[in-house]
Design a protein around this ligand. Structure first.
Ligand code: NAD
Ligand code: GLY
Length: 365
């Protein structure tokens, strides 16, 4: 196994930060945070599932560098990503006595990262945040780019901030304990980067399926590094999603609709995005934007990773399209899609007729 750690930079002027990627990256976390000059009291926000596996090695690395570590736990699950737990995390941070030079380490998947990130962004108007993502999805997507937030009864991620971390530590070894279904769901976001920006990544995913699914360290490092490089480039150019960053939403208009209609109980986010990417590719093909051969390649890759391209008959297509209209990205009723035009290229299209979307999604796949 390669012990080498790769480094990437998200270029945002004074708020630029490094992403370290590699097996054993957690070992040098303490040293790195020391070099960033944080106060000695440090909080780790995590859940018990993740902390049981990685709490000790993260704490050891921090202790070795002279930090005093205070773990704060939230319950495991999307259902707890809400204001109640933001408040409880903030209260514990005050009890520990963190000050504005202290740091918060988010150790876990996207739920922990989004909630801890939001809490860090509002504690005393913002203290340093360090992301230590432990799911594939959080390693390739949510830990990079600064979107933080929680859910409320009006929808997912409706409350939040743009707040960049000071450092992202991606230890590939943490994926060894990740449940198989979560690994596959994370691959959906990697396929997304291939579709929007990188035909070579798409081909790598096609040619190395067995290695990736058997968690070969070099193959995982390659797809994580490439995904983070793409995300870093996009975020560096458009931090607040006023243009280019929208391409990261490929598959998400339809995918979010599927999550909404199934009340977040049937599909993991990545699974819904996988279906959404194929649904949106079908819309692109029906509009004459995407050649049939590329549509088939997208379908084959998604299915090859055991991800869905079709949904049970019981799910009403009409309610899916209605849910798309209520998507955060919809402005004045014009649904916005990020549609592929070839593998590695996408176009943002607004205002496609509702009836047209319905007819495409109702037709045989
Ligand atoms: P998650 O955080 O719920 O983690 C999935 C499950 O895996 C959990 O049960 C968790 O405890 C467990 N787990 C985590 N790491 C593990 C490990 N190494 N070994 C064993 N078990 C482990 O889910 P997720 O897919 O990481 O994140 C989903 C969340 O991310 C959603 O809330 C979504 O809104 C958010 N998200 C945010 C962004 C962003 O840009 N901020 C982007 C995409 C998704
Ligand atoms: N996950 C999409 C984004 O970070 O913009």
């Amino acid at each position: 196994m390669s012990g080498l750690i790769d480094n990437l930079t998200v270029n945002l002027g004074e708020r630029s930060y490094e992403i370290s990627i590699g097996a054993g990256a957690i070992d040098s976390l303490g040293e790195k945070l020391s070099s960033l000059g944080f106060n000695k009291k440090i909080v780790i926000v995590s859940n018990e599932t993740v902390f049981k596996h990685y709490g000790a090695c993260v704490s050891q690395s921090l202790n070795k560098a002279g930090f005093e570590v205070f773990p704060i736990f939230i319950p495991d699950g999307e259902a707890y990503k809400d204001m109640r737990y933001v408040e409880s995390v903030l209260n514990e941070m005050f009890t520990v006595g963190l000050d504005r030079k202290s740091a918060v380490v988010a150790l876990g998947g996207g739920v922990v990262g989004d909630l801890a990130g939001f809490a860090a962004s509002i504690y005393m108007r913002g203290i340093a945040l360090v992301q230590v993502p432990t799911t594939l999805l959080s390693q390739v997507d949510s830990s990079v780019g600064g979107k933080t937030g929680v859910n409320n009864p009006f929808g997912k991620n409706m409350i939040g901030t743009f707040y960049q971390p000071r450092f992202v530590c991606i230890d590939i070894d943490t994926l060894k304990t990740l449940p198989e279904r979560e690994l596959r769901a994370g691959i959906a976001e990697v396929i997304k980067y291939g579709i929007i920006r990188d035909a070579a990544l798409f081909a790598f995913l096609k040619d190395n399926r067995q290695k990736i699914l058997s968690r070969d360290s070099a193959a995982l490092k390659h797809i994580i590094h490439t995904s983070c490089r793409i995300k870093a480039e996009v975020v560096s150019k458009d931090e607040r999603e006023s243009g280019l960053r929208e391409i990261l939403n490929c598959g998400h208009t339809a995918g979010h609709a599927l999550e909404t209609v199934t009340q977040y109980t049937q599909y993991l986010h990545g699974e819904a995005v996988a279906w959404g990417m194929y649904a949106e590719a079908r819309i692109a093909a029906a509009l004459g934007l995407l050649p049939a051969a590329a549509l088939k390649e997208i379908r084959d890759l998604i299915e090859g990773y055991g991800l869905p391209t079709s949904i049970p008959k019981g799910i009403a297509i009409g309610s899916l399209v209605e849910a798309m209209i209520y998507d955060k990205k919809t402005v004045a009723g014009a649904i916005k899609f990020v549609l592929p035009t070839e593998i590695g290229k996408v176009k943002i299209i607004k205002g496609i007729e509702k009836e047209f979307i319905l007819s495409v999604l109702k037709s045989e796949t």
